[in-house]
Design a binder for this molecule. Structure first.
Ligand code: SF4
Length: 333
């Protein structure tokens, strides 16, 4: 953890000290992508934000943590639909077969409308300012701010589309008669043991069907965050899911990942092939990130320059903290 006397530490040592030791470092696709896009954004996300959950933390640290918690609208939609499907299925599977469809719809719609209400409540009262864990949409508080009232109808429409597409899909007809033991409802975030560091990913709905493990990955259009030179986030999730099933369940059969799009630009189900060569990408990416952590576990601000890519800052979620760092550097360096 950073010391409370943060500025003094930076001034005297001309570096950001930290307790994040190399052996606790982990790899995730979003982390690797951020590392490639902008080293400073990576620094803010991985190191500067540590300890920002404390309201009395230094304003730079608190700002990094607050910005890290805000979700873009498509990602909020994707997660809410994923969790809504889980809740709907939990309700449905407790019912006799002929009551399951209705129970699913009721469970799903109740869950997503509850999440929307909670988001609206947090946004209207600005609860996220005091408690950054409360829901907050990035689009409503950064840059060209959108009023929440403009996004609300889009959320309602997306939930209706997701529900309609899913319940009409052939896959849903196969899911509904299954036993609850065919589902893994508790896996929100999965850690894979890997050398040189653990790997994290957020799976979709995991289930066992026709002697194979499957994953249903809901996605509002654009939520996968396609980046030139990178495999898609969905393909990476499919590859990590495959690795997870092989290492945890010792299964050799290939897994199946269904990307379920429900956004205005793309809708429907498609099977996604795992991104090839992911273990090598993880090892080389983790190795590069590790090389910037000193043997004592500290990292140096100067090792994390701003992106030089034209337009690279356009959608940066850490723009506010980045400006604060510039002002701080102007005063002290
Ligand atoms: S605003 Fe630009 S330079 Fe600053 S952290 Fe974001 S991407 Fe990097």
């Amino acid at each position: 953890m950073f010391s409370n006397d943060f500025e003094k530490e930076m001034l005297s040592a001309a570096r950001f000290g930290g307790s994040r030791t190399a052996f606790r470092f982990s790899w995730s696709f979003s982390r690797e992508r951020l590392f490639r896009q902008c080293r400073r954004a990576f620094f803010i996300d991985c190191f500067l934000s540590q300890g920002g959950w404390d309201p009395s933390a230094h304003p730079l640290i608190r700002s990094a943590y607050v910005e890290k918690q805000r979700l873009p609208f498509p990602l909020w939609l994707s997660r809410t639909v994923r969790d809504g499907i889980r809740e709907g299925l939990k309700k449905a599977l407790a019912q006799p077969p002929d009551a399951r469809r209705k129970a699913f719809s009721s469970g799903f719609l109740r869950f997503v409308s509850g999440k929307l209400f909670d988001l609206e409540f947090s946004m209207s009262r600005k609860e996220y300012l005091d408690d950054p864990k409360r829901p907050c949409l990035r689009e409503c508080v950064e840059g060209e701010k959108l009023p929440f009232s403009a996004l609300r109808p889009q959320a309602v429409s997306a939930f209706g589309t997701a529900h309609g597409l899913l319940t009409e899909s052939p896959l849903f007809q196969e899911l509904l008669p299954l036993d609850v033991m065919n589902f893994r409802f508790g896996d929100d975030l999965i850690s894979l043991p890997f050398d040189p560091c653990p790997v994290w990913f957020a799976p979709g709905l995991i289930f066992f069907l026709s002697n194979k493990f499957h994953m249903l990955l809901p996605s509002a259009s654009g939520a996968e965050g396609e980046t030139p030179g990178f495999p898609s986030a969905a393909a990476v999730s499919a590859a990590l899911f495959d690795l997870h099933i092989r290492s945890k369940w010792k299964r050799e059969e290939p897994t199946v990942t269904h990307l379920f799009r429900f956004g205005p630009d793309a809708a429907g189900m498609e099977e996604i092939s795992p991104a090839p060569g992911l273990p090598d990408r993880i090892r080389s990416g983790a190795g590069e990130m590790f090389s910037l952590i000193r043997p004592d576990g500290s990292v140096f601000f100067g090792d994390f320059p701003k992106t030089g890519e034209p337009g690279g800052c356009a959608f940066c979620r850490f723009a506010g903290t980045c400006r604060m760092l510039d002002e701080w550097a102007g005063r002290h360096c």
